[in-house]
Design a protein around this ligand. Structure first.
Ligand SMILES: [Zn+2]
Length: 333
């Protein structure tokens, strides 16, 4: 299959077009932040921290998976910026044992409070089963993540915001890599109006299919009435910090983080990822991480050949089968 000569996006990627040099329209049209833009965001970020440090609650609520990117974000917030961090872990039933050990160790070592939120497994099984079998989301949503990942992240984002609102925490942080989320959204004030709008993409279709038992895991109409002054600012610092996978792993390893050996190559925490990737690739004929990896390659933080190897590598059958068995899904090899 044709692949963009600059990034890793394949000819099967939705809306892709190549010019005479084999460069895709995304490479041509998406601006890459330069060092001065990153510096400007860093300054804005630091000014924000100084104005938002809380006197009565945690400074920041971090969506924490135990994976390398959110662990590095935890390090930045707790050590480099000396913030009081509450790390919220969403246990979807597929957090690897090593990731859970990393969560316990790293939050302790870096001095962060940690809260593990674990829905009953039967509920997660139902929700992931629905995500695997039904067309829940718009095709656009699925350009950038699998249906299963979109479901899980939707629940994570909702629980993180709900918790920040109820604990009056002024900042909410995510460890999105520079390929996952653009620098333009790296510092973003949340508000009820935007939240209502975003409900249409994940919350409403999912509750429509799964039923009311999912309602407690999302924001309610009452949550949306919380005073605007209490709505947190969303931040994802890796968009404007130096991002180099090897350097990140080296830094967090120096604090005792251990790379899990039981996850697939694109995840350092989740045992469901291989099945989610497998189902997505079978259906759409491109890797659900292609968009993210293309962004990292474009930004210069990853070698193109390394990125291509990542998106072309077959999923580990044992891992796909492991998750499929737990969810009672036919992986359809
Ligand atoms: Zn490209």
């Amino acid at each position: 299959m044709v692949t963009c000569s600059k990034c890793v996006l394949p000819g099967s990627f939705p809306g892709i077009q190549f010019d005479d040099a084999g460069v895709c329209n995304y490479c041509r049209n998406i601006p890459i932040p330069d060092s001065s833009e990153k510096q400007a965001h860093r300054e804005k970020f630091e000014a924000l921290l100084n104005s938002k440090r809380s006197t009565s609650s945690f400074d920041v609520l971090l969506a924490y998976s135990g994976g390398k990117d959110s662990t590095y974000t935890l390090y930045l917030l707790a050590r480099e910026y000396n913030l009081k961090v509450l790390a919220l872990v969403f246990d979807n039933g597929f957090v690897s044992d090593q990731a859970m050990a990393n969560i316990r160790h790293m939050t302790g070592t870096l001095g962060a409070a940690c809260m593990v939120f674990r829905p009953p497994f039967d509920l997660m099984k139902k929700v992931f089963g629905l995500a695997a079998k039904h067309d829940i989301y718009s095709p656009k949503t699925l350009d950038r993540a699998s249906s299963i990942c979109t479901t899980c992240i939707g629940m994570v984002k909702a629980m993180v915001l709900k918790t920040a609102l109820s604990y009056h925490i002024p900042l909410v942080a995510f460890g999105w890599s520079p390929g996952q989320a653009p620098i333009s959204s790296a510092i973003m004030q949340t508000n009820p109006r935007l939240q209502k709008f975003s409900h249409r993409s994940v919350r409403d279709p999912l509750i429509g299919l799964a039923g009311d038992e999912l309602k407690p895991y999302f924001l309610s109409d009452m949550d949306l009435e919380v005073d605007q002054s209490l709505w947190p600012v969303n931040i994802h610092p890796l968009a404007f910090m130096e991002y180099d996978e090897d350097a990140i792993v080296e830094k967090i390893s120096s604090f005792g983080w251990v790379k899990p050996m039981d996850t697939d190559p694109n995840s350092t925490n989740c045992l469901l990822n291989a099945l989610a990737n497998h189902l997505h690739r079978k259906r759409f004929n491109f890797h659900p991480y292609a968009w993210e990896i293309a962004g990292i390659v474009r930004s210069g933080s990853m070698d193109r050949n390394q990125g291509i190897a990542k998106v072309n590598q077959e999923e580990d059958r044992n891992m796909v089968n492991y998750a499929a068995r737990l969810l009672d899904i036919d992986p359809g090899f």
